[in-house]
Design a protein around this ligand. Structure first.
Ligand code: NAP
Length: 248
C-alpha cells in the first residue's frame, strides 16, 4: 500500500478522477462528500470492484466539527493518513462585485478557503514528524482564476483561490522540516459539473477558444498532476503552484 489519501469533494469531477487513479496506483482512498452520498459510494464501489481500497467519508469542509470527524473516520477506516488533496470547492452564479451579498462571500470563503485550511490543519496534526507522524504530502486544488481574476464572472472565487495559493506557500515553508510537502495545482477550464452548478452550462464551449490548446481539460489530466505532486517523484517540490491549464 502506498499510503492513506483523503480527498475532499471526491464524489464527482476532479476529486473522483483523482480518487480512481490514486487507488489504481495503490493508495487507500478516503472519498469525502458533503451531500451526494450516492456519487461517493459509486466511486468507492468502482475502486473496490477494481481491487482497490476506499471508504466514503461524509462531512462539510466548512464546518470544523465535520472536518475533525472526517479525519477520525478516515483513520478508523483506512489507517494513518499520509496524504491530503484539498479539492472540495464551489463557484457561485455569475455576478459583478457591486451585486454581491455578504452571505455569498461567507459561503465562498468558508468552503474554498476556511475548509482547505481546516483540513490542512488536521492533516498536519496527524502527519507531522514533529508530532510523531509519518510525514506526507498535501495538494491544494486552486485555479488559474487566482491569476486571471474572473472579472464579471466571479471575482470572489478568484480571490478565494488566490488565498489558497498564498496559504500553500506559507504552510509549505512552515512544515518543510516536518516531512510534509505542500503544493497546489491550478486547473484551467475542466470538463466537470461545476460550470452548470454556477448557472453556466455553456461555459466550456465559451472559454475553450480562449485556451491556447483550444480545448477544455479532462478531470484525469488534473488528477495526473495532483498525483505527481503527491508522489516521491516530486520529492524536491514544495510551495509550488502548478498550472494545468492548456497554456492559459
Ligand atoms: P464539481 O464537479 O462541482 O465537484 C465539487 C465537489 O466538491 C463535489 O464532490 C461536492 O460534493 C464537493 N463539495 C462542495 N462543497 C463541499 C463542502 N462544503 N464539503 C465537502 N465537499 C464539498 O467540481 P470540480 O470541477 O471537480 O472542482 C474541483 C476543484 O477544482 C474545486 O476546488 C474547483 O474550484 C477546482 N477547479 C475546477 C475547475 C473546473 O473548470 N472544473 C477549474 C479550476 C479549478 P457534494 O456533491 O456532496 O456537495
Amino acid at each position: 500500500m502506498k499510503g492513506v489519501l483523503l480527498i475532499t469533494g471526491a464524489g464527482r469531477g476532479i476529486g473522483a478522477a483523482t480518487a480512481r487513479i490514486a487507488a489504481a496506483r495503490g493508495y487507500a482512498v478516503g472519498v469525502n462528500y458533503r451531500v451526494d452520498a450516492a456519487s461517493a459510494e459509486g466511486v468507492v464501489d468502482a475502486i473496490r470492484g477494481a481491487g482497490g481500497t476506499a471508504a466514503a467519508i461524509p462531512g462539510d469542509v466548512s464546518l470544523e466539527a465535520d472536518v475533525v470527524r472526517m479525519f477520525d473516520t478516515c483513520h478508523q477506516a483506512l489507517g494513518p493518513l499520509t496524504a491530503l488533496v484539498n479539492n472540495a470547492g464551489v463557484v457561485d452564479q455569475k455576478a459583478r462585485v457591486e451585486d454581491y451579498s455578504a452571505a455569498r462571500l461567507e459561503r465562498m470563503f468558508a468552503i474554498n478557503v476556511v475548509g482547505s485550511i481546516l483540513c490542512a490543519r488536521e492533516a498536519v496534526r496527524r502527519m507531522s514528524t514533529a508530532r510523531g507522524g509519518p510525514g506526507g504530502a498535501i495538494v491544494n486544488v486552486s485555479s488559474v482564476a487566482a491569476k486571471l481574476g474572473s472579472s464579471g464572472e466571479y471575482v470572489d472565487y478568484a480571490a478565494a483561490k488566490a488565498a489558497v495559493d498564498t496559504f500553500t506557500i506559507g504552510l509549505a515553508r512552515e512544515v518543510v522540516g516536518e516531512g510534509i510537502r505542500v503544493n497546489a495545482v491550478r486547473p484551467g477550464i475542466v470538463r466537470t459539473g461545476i460550470h452548470a452548478s454556477g448557472g453556466q452550462p455553456d461555459r466550456l464551449e465559451r472559454i475553450a477558444p480562449l485556451v491556447p490548446m483550444q480545448r477544455p481539460g479532462e478531470p484525469d489530466e488534473i488528477a495526473h498532476a495532483i498525483l505527481w505532486l503527491l508522489s516521491d517523484e516530486a520529492s524536491y517540490v514544495t510551495g509550488s503552484l502548478l498550472d494545468v491549464s492548456g497554456g492559459r
